[in-house]
Design a protein around this ligand. Structure first.
Ligand SMILES: CCCCCCCC(=O)SCCNC(=O)CCNC(=O)[C@H](O)C(C)(C)COP(=O)(O)OP(=O)(O)OC[C@H]1O[C@@H](n2cnc3c(N)ncnc32)[C@H](O)[C@@H]1OP(=O)(O)O
Length: 248
């Protein structure tokens, strides 16, 4: 038990290096046998990245993905990265997988726990999203396609699902800026409903950092920017990882 806690603590500590996370493409699935696949997945350091395009993504989602992705750091032939302020952030289904060596760790520390937004297997059914961070402007943009399992009012997205996405986007942004954090306060104003199946933009921008506190503002808008769906302000408090290990 003590050993497991030490491993968990080490995993969470490594989450501080989340800001240095690199883009990790999907594992190729052309293996010749099932046992080979199992073996490969155990030894591969690359977890599945859920923010890569899949067959459920509509044309607007793909257009925006291509737009932001084309502005991200590109590797030149010499292995150098071109100086773009934009970076696409990968997205995994377990917190542990963000840590260096976290794929191995997640094999060792078996658990049914999964990240809320990445636990529905059917592509397109719920939260389809990809996040891009702009290091220079300290802002983050998320393209979000809301699936049919997120219904609240008829034909429209549930307010809790919108809050979840705001918490996820601003929380990821705050982690990128400040290391391990927890949401302390989340204020939301719902301005206009989001149709199910539509794609929207979620923009997160840093207001201030004061000691352990990171204040972030967030807007959910139509992709042409003409309609404001939701706005929010969020306070994150930096935590020591022991806060999670001892249960707050
Ligand atoms: C990959 C996907 C990423 C997704 C990210 C998702 C993030 C989440 O959803 S986290 C889950 C939801 N949040 C929680 O469960 C948090 C529960 N709360 C806690 O654990 C604690 O109250 C915690 C960590 C927020 C603060 O506790 P603690 O570390 O003791 O801080 P504390 O000393 O009380 O406060 C620090 C400062 O923050 C302020 N503060 C703390 N809580 C609040 C609050 N709710 N409202 C306003 N200010 C607050 C304090 O006033 C203090 O300010 P100052 O330094 O100016 O005096």
């Amino acid at each position: 038990m003590a050993r497991m806690l030490r491993r968990l603590r080490k995993g969470f500590q490594s989450l501080t290096s989340f800001s240095a996370a690199t883009i990790q493409p999907n594992l190729s699935a052309s293996e010749s046998s099932r046992s080979e696949v199992a073996l490969l997945s155990f030894f591969s350091p690359k977890p599945r990245d859920f923010s890569l395009p899949n067959s459920s993504w509509g044309s607007e989602m793909m257009r925006l993905y291509d737009h932001y992705n084309s502005q991200c750091e590109a590797e030149t032939e010499g292995g150098q990265t071109q100086g773009s302020p934009w970076q696409r952030l990968p997205s995994y289904n377990r917190s542990l997988k963000y840590a260096p060596g976290g794929v191995y760790l997640s094999k060792i520390v078996q658990s049914k726990a999964r990240l809320f937004t990445r636990n529905i297997r059917e592509p397109g059914a719920a939260f389809e999203y990809a996040l891009f961070v702009n290091k220079g402007e300290k802002k983050c943009v998320c393209i979000f396609q809301a699936g049919w399992l997120l219904e609240g009012p008829p034909g429209h997205v549930h307010g809790g699902a919108i809050a979840t996405m705001i918490d996820t986007v601003t929380g990821t942004h705050a982690t990128f800026l400040s290391g391990p954090i927890m949401t302390a306060n989340l204020n939301i104003a719902y301005r206009s409903p989001i149709p199910l199946g539509s794609t929207v933009l979620i923009e997160s921008s840093l207001d201030t950092q004061e000691g352990r506190k990171t204040f972030i503002s967030c807007k959910v808008m139509s992709t042409d920017g003409s309609k404001l769906h939701t706005e929010a302000t969020v306070l994150f408090v930096s935590i020591n990882v022991s806060h999670l290990v001892r249960g707050g």
